[in-house]
Design a protein around this ligand. Sequence first.
Ligand code: FAD
Length: 449
Amino acid sequence: MTYDVHIIGGGLAGSEAAWQLGRRGFKVRLSEMRGTGERSPAHQTDALAELVCSNSFRSDDDQKNAVGLLHHEMRRCDSLIMGAAAKAQVPAGSALAVDRDVFSAEVETRLRSLPNVQIVRERIDTLPESGMTVIATGPLTAEALAGSIGRATGADSLAFFDAIAPIVYRETIDMDVCWMASRWDKGETRDYINCPMTQEQYLAFHQGLMDGEKTAFKEWEANTPYFDGCMPIEVMAERGVETLRFGPMKPVGLDNPHWATPEHPNGRWPYAVVQLRQDNKLGTLWNMVGFQTKLKHAEQVRLFRTIPGLEKAEFARLGGLHRNTFLNSPVLLDRQLRLKTAPHVRFAGQITGCEGYVESAAVGLMTGLMTAAELAGREWQAPPRTTALGALLSHITGDAEADSYQPMNVNFGLFPPLHDVKKKQRKEAYTERAKADIGEWLGTLTPSA
Ligand SMILES: Cc1cc2nc3c(=O)[nH]c(=O)nc-3n(C[C@H](O)[C@H](O)[C@H](O)COP(=O)(O)OP(=O)(O)OC[C@H]3O[C@@H](n4cnc5c(N)ncnc54)[C@H](O)[C@@H]3O)c2cc1C
């Protein structure tokens, strides 16, 4: 069969993109390497859209939860992944969890019901030089293709590991304790939020890092080249009690105005400092500089809330280190997820730098819709950024800071803020606004068959 679009990777994103295109009558070749005797180290089966770890799509609450809202919007776009999840659902309280085998079988059955979608078990090793292409090969993209993408995008633009420092919602940082300043600040560039520590607090924090429970690396993640450049904070702590004070927690040049005295009217340098840097253009998310970590999530929340000013911190995401192939999308991709240097190639799923099953499928869905619009000669209109789909897309294609770009789940910090709404009602206000705004946008889509 000749085809209009070649989708490479039959995971969550690739399957969803194929569905959106196939439903609109376009001919799709979906290439999946599993089934040829090849598998990534995390995949266990040859089934399409395999869930490699948990069987949960997280919260299904579309009133107060950003991922629940994303479920809602995807359902309204006739999502394959949401449809198959409904068929495979198992009881899990307010979460949407599935029987993974039933789920994958349903994805394949639905795709096979579309005569214009051809599923081919083959591994693709190079970026196609022409023809409409969608790359959806995920965080564990096979080596040869990753090399080809790396050559096309530049070695620094394709990461093979993520090193995630925790990200904090700005509104949960106590600015009566913290202050804004850059090192040796003369008042002109107050770019960082600084959390001050006394000697006693620093020593207790250091001990907490040493004692904290860590997540072990999987066997296939060991010996990464990655650690030369970006060391977990607890590994730095193990090198000596002072290492962090000469590294990411260096206090020099940081006068704390909250500690001002008549002799020191500008304030004093703390014993150590935790710095946070703005992580998105909206200024709602701030990352803890140099705090990439393998500490267990509960341990991170407990320990990082002992940092002065972060006692009530809420985390948009916690730190982690994983094998993860992803692009520096804000730099490399245009607003339609096309490679700027080769616009016949689009990307979908986790390789774009989103994180999670649902987000990967959501980006696959949008990539499918964009491709359908281009094939139909229609102008693509992006979902409003007040919606979960739009907020995620904006983050990937321009709102995130390119220098510190790391994989991200959908969260309300990506939405244009609603400062006027009381904090208690804000989540509902975000979801209500999104639900109102998504309706009109649905009318702009290329009609499905
Ligand atoms: C170990 C691990 C555990 C994770 N656990 C969770 C979790 O519990 N919950 C969660 O929400 N997210 C989790 N994620 C994150 C992420 O959401 C999933 O990896 C998700 O499956 C990504 O979807 P995707 O479609 O982008 O990639 P995938 O679902 O991985 O699909 C990519 C597909 O491309 C195929 N492929 C790769 N290279 C080639 C090639 N050259 N030619 C043809 N086919 C190719 C692969 O076989 C695969 O089927 C996890 C990730 C990893 C790595």
